[in-house]
Design a protein around this ligand. Structure first.
Ligand SMILES: Cc1cc2nc3c(=O)[nH]c(=O)nc-3n(C[C@H](O)[C@H](O)[C@H](O)COP(=O)(O)OP(=O)(O)OC[C@H]3O[C@@H](n4cnc5c(N)ncnc54)[C@H](O)[C@@H]3O)c2cc1C
Length: 317
């Protein structure tokens, strides 16, 4: 969204992405023939007008759809709906990022190793050894990664910026991607959410409508994930599987579980501004889901737009 708003203001933008594809935590994994699992963001909600208008377009394109309006907490086979739509993406959440990436200059598999000040702005070095120069820089990784990048690059932030940005904290998430031999039996529309449980989220990607085979995603909360982060993989997998087993049809069993560890899953503390323009440095803007106080997909979406606008204002003043 940051790149798109800069482009809309007539500026040339290049994105450097460390992953094999765009999307970050809008993550979908391919498993076997036709199997898909969303293992990062599971759905998104809409509170503000800007995303609401955008979602109308995405609905018209059949890119997103309403998955449900609430989840069972697992205690009864009934779903408590609060009326708020939960949107999912056809073909998995990652497709939303791929859609947004169209028409942008994106270099994949490029981990940014350093960001150095230059006379005309910034020069980045990526993991392929290539240098990228630009008048301005927007950084959207989770804040602990952004701060680590600046520290190893020898860039010192103004004390006030440092104090604020260091307050941003993320919770980890241990995630299971479970292939099921047989059927899952989760309450409609295919998920259980119970914040009192260590493993608070169990969802069936087939019932969700994105997978041709039965693949269940499980998520552990930040406390459990932190406490068990370094536990042997088989112990973590056993815990995740024990939360899934009650939601399998008679005779069904888990045939395989992949473990995904999200070190930075959702922000636990956020910055109230939608983005932050660094003081006393060449144009540098910090953005992402930890800005604007909303968190989550909508927070990232709004922060991106704000960051693009702030950078465009800075470069064209
Ligand atoms: C398990 C889990 C469940 C979630 N559930 C939900 C949910 O149900 N609903 C919801 O709204 N939100 C959910 N979220 C949160 C949501 O996914 C995020 O809020 C949102 O996707 C964040 O987007 P972002 O662009 O700020 O950050 P990211 O998606 O993290 O993007 C940052 C990008 O920067 C790249 N990067 C990092 N460092 C470098 C570097 N040095 N060089 C190059 N590239 C780099 C990363 O590869 C990544 O692609 C969930 C997240 C997780 C992990």
């Amino acid at each position: 969204m940051a790149a798109r708003s800069l482009q809309a203001r007539g500026l040339a933008v290049r994105l450097l992405e460390s992953g094999r594809s765009v999307g970050g935590r809008l993550a979908t994994r391919r498993i076997g023939e036709g199997g898909l699992a969303d293992h990062g963001a599971q759905f998104f909600t809409v509170r503000g007008e800007t995303l609401r208008q955008q979602v109308e377009e995405w609905l018209a394109l059949d890119l997103v759809y309403v998955w449900g309006t609430g989840w069972s907490d697992g205690s009864v086979k009934r779903t408590a709906g609060d009326g708020h739509p939960r949107y999912a993406t056809r073909g998995g959440m990652n497709r939303l990022a791929k859609h947004l990436a169209q028409g942008l200059d994106i270099k994949l598999n490029r981990l940014v190793l350093s960001a150095r000040k230059s006379v005309s702005g910034w020069t980045l070095e990526d993991s392929e050894g290539d240098l990228h120069a630009g008048a301005g820089l927007i950084l959207t990784p989770p804040m602990p990664e952004t701060l680590a990048l600046l520290t190893r690059s020898g860039v010192y932030l103004h004390d006030d910026d440092m104090v604020d940005l260091r307050r941003i904290r993320f919770g980890p998430c241990l995630c299971g991607i479970h292939e099921i031999d047989g059927d899952a039996d989760l309450p409609a529309p295919g998920a259980v959410q119970n914040f009192l449980s260590d493993i608070y989220w169990v969802a069936d990607n087939e019932a969700k409508g994105i997978s041709k085979s039965t693949i269940v995603t499980s998520h552990a909360n930040a406390k459990f994930s932190r406490q068990n982060w370094d536990a042997p993989e088989e112990d973590i997998v056993r815990e995740l599987e024990s939360a899934v087993s009650p939601y399998l049809s008679p005779g069904a069993k888990i045939s395989h579980t992949q473990l995904k560890k999200w070190r930075y899953s959702v922000p636990l503390t956020t910055h109230p501004q939608e983005c932050v323009l660094a003081r006393d440095l060449p144009p540098l803007v910090f953005a992402g889901d930890a800005f604007g106080g909303r968190g989550r997909v909508e927070g990232a979406f709004m922060s991106g737009i704000a960051a693009g606008d702030a950078m465009a204002d800075e470069l064209t003043k």
